[in-house]
Design a protein around this ligand. Structure first.
Ligand code: ADP
Ligand code: TRP
Length: 356
């Protein structure tokens, strides 16, 4: 059994599905993701960006080699903040194209639209009745949205319960997400534990998996990259516009000649480390530290590395966009597989809670 530290996840029930399980520590079974069920979702709320890619997509795509992966487009969740049907339809297709272009392999992963498994909304109701108001009120994403003036509809508030249903309905063990979603996975664990306590062991308790090294990708203004901050660099942005964005990265006013002892904090260096070979990024960082490298040259290099990094995926995306029938078949097949599993878990929860 391979046991890399990164992928060592605590888990209760891998053996049930024939996964590899080994007792390592104080009664808790710690196992590799091999044989684990991995699940993650992404909202179709706008063009996907480098934060989405490095924080969620790439780790998810890597994990599909290691376990049984379920990835979905969270179109129900997008309804809490996006009220334009045509935009939702377009974004959903864009996310499907982006994910497939970036390497999601439908032969290895189950890839589907959230709303093709309506059972998840029924499970959300079962969970919502055991979810304390206080738990939801403490959700930082909810507090952030309110602080940003997003109207507080009930969906925004209940968002983590639907997310918990997404995770629990597939008996998921591992949830790869960016740091900002960790709290939601912790809330899911609370809800699952509470349900298990109330109605008997029903749900698998999932674990978040956060890639610490790319925990938060900074945006063009240095804040967390996010669609809602308007500071994104898109994965498949148009060439000219993206070059402009990168050339517009906010830098300080030190002259090129000045040494910059804090080079590792430079925004362009941080982004370069994501898209350039390690040796190239290191070389630029050292030149910046020593003095003599201008910000303009640094940003030019960043654009080139970014453009190369996604070149293959860009070509693949164009191919997929010309073959939408294939994309729709992938999503329909994924939905069929996801739904069959969801039905089983929902029935288990209904039986446990006396709804059978
Ligand atoms: P946005 O903030 O742009 O609306 P989402 O909230 O839809 O992005 O996030 C989708 C996924 O991408 C989540 O798993 C989230 O953690 C991850 N993610 C988003 N922005 C970043 C970022 N700047 N750095 C790392 N991961 C991110
Ligand atoms: N809330 C997640 C986000 O905004 C998307 C999401 C919905 C999700 N359901 C999920 C992620 C279940 C992981 C697991 O990024």
């Amino acid at each position: 059994m391979r046991r890399s530290k990164d992928h060592r996840i605590s888990f209760v029930n891998a053996a049930r599905r024939g996964g590899s399980a080994k007792r390592l520590k104080r009664g808790r079974e710690l196992v590799t993701v091999e044989g684990m069920r991995i699940l993650s979702g992404i909202q179709p709320s706008g063009a996907l960006h480098l934060g989405n890619y490095f924080g969620m997509m790439r780790p998810s795509i890597e994990l599909q080699e290691k376990g049984e992966a379920y990835y979905f487009i969270a179109n129900y969740h997008s309804m809490t903040t996006l009220f334009d049907a045509a935009a939702r339809r377009k974004n959903t297709l864009d996310v499907a194209l982006d994910f497939l272009a970036c390497g999601l392999d439908p032969k290895k992963s189950v890839f589907f639209r959230q709303s093709d498994v309506p059972e998840v909304t029924e499970l959300a109701w079962l969970l919502t009745t055991l979810t304390p108001m206080g738990l939801l009120e403490r959700a930082t994403s909810y507090k952030d949205k309110i602080a940003r003036g997003i109207p507080a509809n009930h969906g925004v508030f209940a968002y983590p319960v639907l997310m918990a249903a997404d995770i629990l309905i597939y008996d998921s063990n591992v949830v790869p997400v960016g740091k900002d979603q960790k709290q939601h996975v912790e809330m899911t664990r609370d809800m699952a534990a509470k349900f298990n306590e109330q109605y008997g062991k029903t749900f698998v308790i999932p674990e978040p998996q956060i890639r610490e090294e790319v925990a938060l990708v900074p945006g063009t203004d240095g804040q967390k990259m996010s669609k809602s901050y308007g500071n994104t660099i898109e994965i498949f942005g148009e060439e000219k516009a993206t070059r402009k964005k990168i050339m517009g990265l906010v830098m300080d006013s030190r002259t090129p000649a000045e040494p910059k002892p804090d080079a590792e904090k430079n925004l362009a260096i941080q982004l370069l480390k994501l898209v350039a070979p390690a040796a190239v990024a290191k070389d630029f960082e050292e030149r910046l530290r020593a003095g003599g490298l201008g910000y303009g040259d640094l940003k030019k290099a960043l654009f080139e590395q970014y453009w190369n990094y996604f070149a293959e995926a860009r070509a693949k995306r164009a191919e997929l966009a010309a073959n939408l029938d294939y994309v729709n078949i992938v999503l329909a097949e994924g939905a069929g597989r996801a739904r069959a599993l969801a039905r089983k878990v929902l029935d288990r929860a209904k039986a446990a809670s006396g709804l059978d």
